[in-house]
Design a protein around this ligand. Structure first.
Ligand code: UDP
Length: 324
């Protein structure tokens, strides 16, 4: 098959590209390198088997003609291009909203023109600030006010979901929506805020580990290859069309415990330092206290759910960072 991956030079996109190439697909990528990097694709571009199978376009998804051309020749589209990371959303609020809303709208419009099946990568962020667990796909969403810009990301991604579902209902476009929960693995950078690469880098350099708030906020972490596997299987499943699925790990851990675990696993002499949210992100920041997915719907649909545990994930990230 020919696969178009928007955001294919990003962390998750590059792993998806690798999986598709390994399974004999041709891969077309559009990426503006805003948070992605050609480094993520270098090993694939150098691979002798993939010389005529990987085509990378450094461009924006808002480029209508390019998107039209590539969607036209591809069989399936994975839409991963987005402004991601809490830091990016706060630093570039307008650009993030434009990319996340207009970009997705354009991808859907063109997929509909050619009737190409499309996966929309959404996020666990759309749930907002729940305290209960696990989060199920039909839960209400709870956001803070528009003065707290973090929620612009959740709201934009929710609009993406609505737009995709509206294309499905109105035009029968085959869409699959995935809500990704804190995906982690080799090649992820901490530059845009992501906690595990940041903590691992700090631990390896024996620098202070920057725990934001009081560190009691919890997350679950998902290994990137599990996310890729789930996305591929969902796209192959006709009954997943028009549906929303959580993709996430289920091992809940506080950020404080995560920091301690990373210190222990790296044998680091780093100390924990608690940084108030205001100092880390400026005023008007709000964190999510808890975020744990239900993976029941995913399991029922594809007989698979992420199961790589946190120790495995951390070992992989530590190994990668030691070598890079
Ligand atoms: N976090 C932290 N220190 C850091 C980076 C992140 O304590 O250097 C916290 C952050 O406040 C959040 C959690 O780790 O509670 C996960 O952050 P991340 O940005 O990875 O993802 P989020 O779940 O916020 O989208």
């Amino acid at each position: 098959m020919r696969i178009l991956i928007t955001g294919g030079a990003g962390f998750i996109g590059s792993h998806l590209a690798e999986y598709c190439l390994e399974h004999g697909d041709e891969v077309y990528i559009i990426d503006d390198l805003s948070t992605g990097s050609m480094e993520n694709l270098r090993h694939l571009q150098r691979h002798p088997d993939y010389q005529n199978k990987l085509f990378v376009h450094i461009n924006t998804i808002l480029n209508h003609d390019l998107l039209l051309e590539l969607t036209g020749i591809c069989d399936r589209v994975y839409h991963l291009a987005a402004a991601v990371g809490v830091q990016t959303i706060l630093d570039k609020p307008l650009e993030s909203i434009v990319t996340n809303i207009q970009g997705t709208e354009k991808v859907l419009e063109i997929c509909n023109k050619f009737k190409k099946r499309v996966l929309i990568a959404s996020t666990s962020e759309v749930y907002g600030k729940h305290l209960h667990a696990p989060l199920i796909e039909t839960d209400n969403v709870i956001y803070g006010p528009s003065s707290k810009f973090r929620w612009s990301y959740a709201a934009a991604k929710l609009i993406d979901e609505f737009t995709a579902l509206a294309y499905y209902r109105t035009h029968g476009l085959e869409v699959v929506i995935t809500r990704l929960f804190n995906t982690v693995g080799p090649r992820q950078t901490g530059t845009y805020g992501m906690v595990i690469p940041r903590f691992v880098r700090q631990a390896l350099k024996n620098e202070p580990i920057t725990v934001y708030g009081d560190g009691t906020q919890t997350r679950t972490f998902t290994y990137v290859n599990d996310v890729v596997e789930a996305m591929i299987r969902l796209m192959a499943s006709d009954s997943a069309i028009g549906e929303v699925f959580n993709i996430g790990g289920v091992e809940e851990i506080s950020i404080l415990d995560l920091a301690q675990k990373i210190i222990a696993m790296t044998g680091s002499s780093s100390k924990l330092t608690l940084i108030p949210y205001d100092d880390a992100f400026g005023k008007d920041f709000e964190d999510m206290a808890r975020r744990v997915p239900s993976t029941e719907k995913l399991k029922q649909e594809i007989d698979f759910a992420p199961d790589r545990d946190l120790d495995f994930i951390l070992l992989k990230v530590i190994e990668f960072m030691k070598n890079h």
